[in-house]
Design a protein around this ligand. Structure first.
Ligand code: PLZ
Length: 434
């Protein structure tokens, strides 16, 4: 760091930001960025910020990753847009081929490309409803699926995502989530008992034959990196299969190596019927996808799905570069290496600091849930204080959790180890300062 955060230039720029941009936008880190690399954000005052957020889990391959940049430059010089449903091009087809091959499941798969995670979730619902000719959608407590009208209805947390934005879409049913830290009993009981409640509620309150889709994040992201206990996802998938319900894994945050598998459902060998992807797919370019059983993607009449920009050729070029980077640099393995470094350091902190209730996650997706010592009562103040301390020291961390008491770490998968260790040292200092 060469100035305080924010430095004088950032302060001035942030003033312009508040003059020019909607007050409805949040601001997690008060510094204005000029350049970024693998895991460093350089702000306009010359400060180097260690990035443990990856733009909310997007730049797993790093910022301006060489394979992404090269392909984007070639594509941007060749052509920038035709609209895939007007006049197609190879990039879109190749990204879909990659998605079909990389997602788990040995059945025949097809894909659709759109612009954002929320749009991917919306389209998964359209496909599931069209395919099943049913309407009800099952979602879970603590879930996050987006900010469009349908996905707001699916998202659990009112403030800030839903407050004042209703009325919301109908036919969305929320079920209890298996959340081991907040369950009185062991993991096996948490899984079995929650599954029991969920299936009972679906049968008695909705009618299983009315349910088009069960939609779940294999590890909940915004909700606080809640990792369901073993058996919960397979149990849901089985219930879905037995009842003709489409099982949708929202892998927008967990996909593309983040959790130490290419897709998080692989941790328990669950085959989702549909998988939604976005974020890490294209090294920072807006692209998202729905991938799944060919008969489902094909059940929609021609022109029933689409959009002007979906699968834009530049974004597709970026995705091919990002996927090549993940494969060639073995970033799925790197996620596990980085994860181990984080888990070891965070567990050591948990031994020292009684505000730490739990360390949890998978691979390079790790979180710290903060509590009032001796209870499981959420400690939102401690979360804010730790994040703020890290900010002042030039380390970017993100908050999460229904109770705003979770610090989540989503470092770029290409992050050099010495930077990660340095950042973890600052998090440790932050706890010590409480
Ligand atoms: N599904 C699982 O995590 C996006 C939201 C950030 P979009 N999460 C970050 C914010 O404050 O808006 C997300 C997700 C899961 C869907 C989405 C939505 O993806 O690309 O933001 O639309």
């Amino acid at each position: 760091l060469v100035t305080a955060i924010p430095g004088p230039k950032s302060l001035e720029a942030l003033q312009r930001r508040s003059e020019a941009t909607s007050g409805g936008l949040g601001l997690a880190f008060p510094a204005v960025i000029e350049r970024a690399s693998d895991a460093i954000l350089l702000d306009i005052d010359g400060n180097q910020i260690i990035d443990l957020g990856s733009g909310i889990g997007v730049t797993g391959v790093g910022n301006s990753a060489p394979r992404v940049v090269d392909r984007v430059i070639d594509q941007v010089q060749a052509f920038t847009h035709t609209c895939f449903t007007v006049a197609p091009y190879m990039g879109y087809i190749e990204v879909c081929e990659k998605l079909n091959a990389l997602t788990p499941g040995t059945f025949k798969k097809k894909s659709l490309l759109v612009n954002s995670g929320a749009e991917a979730v919306e389209n998964a619902i359209k496909i599931a409803r069209h395919y099943t000719k049913r309407q009800a959608i099952v979602v879970f407590e603590h879930s996050y699926h987006g900010r469009t009208n349908l996905t707001m209805a699916m998202t659990a947390k009112n403030m800030p995502y839903k407050e004042g934005f209703g009325p919301f879409a109908s036919e969305i049913y929320r079920m209890p989530m298996a959340y081991p830290f907040r369950f009185d009993g062991d993991d096996a009981a948490c899984s079995a008992e929650t599954l029991d409640v969920v299936t009972h509620k679906i049968e008695k309150e909705i009618g299983a034959k009315n349910v088009a889709a069960i939609v779940i994040e294999p590890i909940q992201g915004e909700g606080g990196f809640i990792v369901p206990p073993k058996g919960f996802l397979p149990g849901l998938a089985k219930f879905a299969k037995d009842n003709g319900i489409v099982f949708v894994a929202d892998e927008v945050q967990t996909g593309f190596g983040r959790t130490g598998k290419m897709f998080a459902v692989e941790h328990e060998n669950v085959d989702a019927d549909l998988i939604t992807t976005a974020k890490g797919i294209a090294g920072g370019f807006p692209l998202a996808g729905v991938t799944g059983r060919a008969e489902m993607l094909d059940s929609v009449h021609a022109s029933g799905l689409g959009g002007t920009f979906g699968g834009n050729p530049v974004a597709c070029a970026a995705a091919l570069g990002a996927i090549a980077t993940i494969e060639e640099e073995k970033l799925v393995d790197r996620a596990n290496v980085i994860g181990k470094i984080m888990v070891d350091a965070l567990n050591a902190m948990a031994m020292k600091y009684s505000v730490i209730g739990e360390i949890r996650g998978a691979g390079a997706m790790q979180a710290i849930e903060l509590i009032k010592p001796g209870t499981i009562e959420p400690n939102s103040e401690a979360m804010s204080a730790v994040i703020k301390y890290c900010q002042q020291k030039g380390v970017l961390t993100l908050s999460a959790g229904t109770y705003s008491n979770v610090i989540r770490l989503l470092p770029p998968l290409v992050m050099p180890e010495h930077l990660l260790v340095e950042a973890l040292g600052i998090i440790d200092e932050a706890f010590a300062s409480l």
